[in-house]
Ligand binder design. Structure first.
Ligand SMILES: Cc1ncc(C[n+]2csc(CCOP(=O)(O)OP(=O)(O)O)c2C)c(N)n1
Ligand code: SF4
Ligand SMILES: [Mg+2]
Length: 347
């Protein structure tokens, strides 16, 4: 009789959870949709960083992309806002509970079309939030109309050509005040994974534009957001390594080849330069470089800008360390005397 072997126990992270603890419902998105790959990367990054799922608030608007938080981290808080209105809900959630890790998932339509007004104000506040745009250049959920990130001259399946210039959400976010801005590709597993881990360690607005092909409506010849186009035109700025604060790894590099950024929690973001002169802490230059990449027709990816020194919105407002949501009523509600005093002043 063959001996039975007991399977090894499942691998756990530093808080004792398995990847299953970070999973969500079964996806209803189309097979091959880039958004599913991004959900997988979020699961891996949260697992590896040992983030308690209950500390995460998943926030989204409307679209296939905005549906995707249902497909990861079921144990986290979740709120599906009205189309383009996720930023105001995220702001409220973070101000009410500063201990939450806010993870916003939006689409290019949800952000750069209907949600532009809210997006702009979120970026200028440096609110601690990870804001991901799952960018396919179309409104996938409503059957593939061009969005505001579609490139000039790209075509729909029907042959219709886009004759408007795109909004570069990264250049916009940097110029408005976001403090961690990058672009990746749902098919670039390694780069996206490192960027997401660094995003979790950053205490300010992280804005990641992730090109995420829509296999049903925008993956054909003539599209600039297809798998093939991205594979042929992606120009990474750096090879990215992320060393979390709980891992003590020191390696020596040749001077000038690596930019190392120390994150708020002591983690280290290592950007192995592929372009020697690129400095991700130079705001003006990063915007210039993004515009230059458009002119050249390349799709630049990588971490474009990081600033770990700027004050974030919660600190600016001087909010008490204890989350407002957990303060007792006796502290948050003004007493009778305060009310009387206000009334007296209004007389
Ligand atoms: C107020 C309002 N206007 C329009 C719509 C229709 N609508 C639903 S999703 C969507 C666009 C979604 O595009 P995007 O954010 O790029 O997400 P994707 O589906 O491509 O992931 C639109 C216009 C809506 N739901 N609500
Ligand atoms: S329609 Fe496009 S964006 Fe929506 S799930 Fe399908 S492939 Fe993804
Ligand atoms: Mg879209």
């Amino acid at each position: 009789m063959a001996a039975t072997t007991t399977p090894p126990p499942p691998r756990t992270n530093r808080i004792g959870l398995t990847t299953i603890d970070y999973r969500g419902g079964k996806t209803t998105l189309c097979a091959g949709c880039g958004h599913n790959a991004i959900s997988e990367r979020i699961i891996d990054a949260m697992y590896e960083m040992g983030v308690p799922p209950e500390r995460v608030a998943k926030l989204s608007g409307i679209g296939c992309s905005s549906k995707s938080p249902a497909y990861f981290m079921s144990r986290s808080h979740s709120f599906n806002a009205v189309h383009g209105r996720m930023p105001s809900v995220a702001t409220g959630a973070v101000l009410a509970n500063r201990n939450l890790i806010a993870l916003g998932v939006s689409g290019d339509g949800d952000t750069a079309s209907i949600g532009m007004g809210q997006f702009v104000h979120l970026m200028r506040r440096n609110l601690p939030v990870i804001y991901i745009i799952e960018d396919n250049g179309v409104y996938g959920l409503t059957k593939g109309q061009f969005s505001a990130t579609a490139d000039l001259g790209s075509t729909l399946k029907t042959g219709v050509m886009n004759d408007l210039p795109p909004v570069d959400t990264c250049a916009l976010a940097i110029s408005l005040g976001a403090t961690f801005v990058g672009r990746s590709f749902s098919g670039d597993k390694r780069q996206l994974h490192s960027m997401l881990k660094a995003a979790i360690a950053h205490k300010g607005t992280v804005m990641l534009d992730v090109v995420s092909p829509c296999t049903t409506f925008n993956d054909h010849e003539g599209s600039t957001k297809s798998y093939k186009y991205m594979k042929d035109h992606e120009e990474p700025l750096q090879d990215i390594d992320f060393v979390p604060a709980f891992e003590d790894i020191t390696v020596d590099y040749k001077e000038g080849t690596v930019t190392e950024v120390t994150m708020h929690d002591g983690s280290r973001l290592r950007l192995h330069k592929l372009e020697e002169s690129y400095d991700p802490t130079n705001r003006i230059r990063s915007i210039y470089r993004l515009h230059e990449s458009h002119e050249k027709g390349e799709i630049l990816t990588g971490v474009f800008y990081v600033n770990t020194q700027a004050p974030n919105f919660v600190d600016l407002l001087n909010i008490t360390e204890q989350p407002l949501a957990t303060l007792p009523e006796s502290v948050v509600r003004p007493g009778r005397e305060v009310l009387d005093q206000v009334m007296e002043e209004l007389r």
